[in-house]
Design a protein around this ligand. Sequence first.
Ligand SMILES: [Cu+2]
Length: 143
Amino acid sequence: MKRIAIRALAPNLSGFFVAFAFCLPQPSPVVAQDQQVQVIELTAKKYEYSLSPVHVKAGTKVQLKITAVDHDHGFKIVTVADGSAPNSKPGLVLSSPQDCVRLKKGETTTIEFLAQTRGTYPFRCCHTCGLAHRGMKSLLVVD
Ligand SMILES: [Cu+2]
């Protein structure tokens, strides 16, 4: 008789603990850490990025590993999707936000962000690298 009583109680108890865990305050970055990380490797050289566009999945954390092969370059991305309403929230959340990420020649630089909102995000070189520097652009598409 006793065993049956315990068995009947066990599911209720686990339900209680699950409910309790959901009630605990969760700092928002934890959500991102639990998600899968998409690693994408590309190169930067005069005057192009090797991928154009770069496709990533919405809701994932992304690591862009960019190797500058021939010269110092830069990486600057628009964090609000193309065509968004004015004052829209950024659809890309960079782990360490900075205006222009320097890509040093011969080195691989990792840029990490959360791809929150579907859309197209232009990025470009932000370190003067030569005559056609201004045309060194690509797109990130969050599908
Ligand atoms: Cu450049």
